[in-house]
Ligand binder design. Structure first.
Ligand code: PGA
Length: 241
């Protein structure tokens, strides 16, 4: 585990983008696992800037989104599909056929999970997985529990996650209660993982994940076991380490 503490969000976003840039530069056909949420917004903006400056070429890259709400159509402004197109895919030269997202509007979520896991395997696994962290220590939508799922699966969102994510919706009742998420095995199977966390509200989750024991009650703590794991923090998120 390599921990880097940045001065602020700008610097964090820049270095996160540099990690992705170097991955794609070294291996043009990289398979990227992509997180959504507030944290990586700056990273995507930087990557778009780098693309526009001719510094990176995504024409041979394949992407897999980490998770998606169940029950939102892809064009819903809070769907992760909408987020990724809006903030990233629409602005770069990633071929549409190389984009993979769990279908939030599927009528057969069980089958969709199996197909998604299969698609990751068929792509040769994920080369670089970008993740954020929830205030409760979740990664993707793998919520604290007495046991964790290995593969892509349907999950009931934790009350804390529903509360936290309600800031994106008009009211809390509109927050979907379920999601499809890559499982812990899908994430841990990535060759490299980079986690981004910023702000005071992430400090306790960062401390519990990386200064404590590995436990299913703090899913992000499993990343301690990964050989190629980079933790990028701003000063506030690192303040309780
Ligand atoms: P955030 O979400 O980036 O919006 O804080 C992170 C997460 O819940 O994994």
């Amino acid at each position: 585990m390599r921990i880097q503490v940045m001065d602020d969000y700008e610097q964090l976003s820049y270095w996160a983008a540099r990690v992705v840039l170097s991955q794609v530069t070294l291996q043009s056909n990289s398979v990227l696992g992509l997180a959504t949420g507030s944290t990586p917004e700056g990273m995507y903006q930087r990557l778009v800037d780098m693309y526009q400056q001719g510094k990176v070429d995504f024409s041979d890259v394949t992407t897999f989104a980490l998770d998606e709400y169940l029950g939102l159509s892809p064009d819903h402004p809070q769907s992760y599909q909408y987020y990724l197109y809006n903030k990233f895919f629409n602005h770069i030269n990633l071929p549409p056929e190389n984009i993979n997202l769990p279908p939030g509007d599927t009528t057969d979520p069980e089958m969709a999970c199996q197909n998604y896991e299969q698609a990751i395997a068929s792509a040769g696994g994920i080369d670089l997985q970008v993740v954020g962290i929830g205030v409760n220590g979740h990664i993707g939508f793998n919520e604290p529990a007495t046991s964790l799922n290995t593969n892509t699966h349907i999950v009931d969102l934790a009350e804390e996650t529903i509360q936290t994510n309600s800031r994106f919706f008009d009211n809390i009742d509109e927050v979907p209660r379920q999601a499809i998420t890559m499982g812990m095995g899908s994430i841990m199977g990535a060759k490299r993982i980079v986690m981004l966390a910023n702000g005071k509200n992430k400090a306790a989750a960062v401390r519990d994940s990386f200064s404590g024991k590995v436990t299913t009650e703090v899913p992000a703590s499993f990343l301690q076991l990964h050989r190629e794991f980079i933790l990028l923090l701003d000063k506030e998120a690192a303040s309780m380490l």
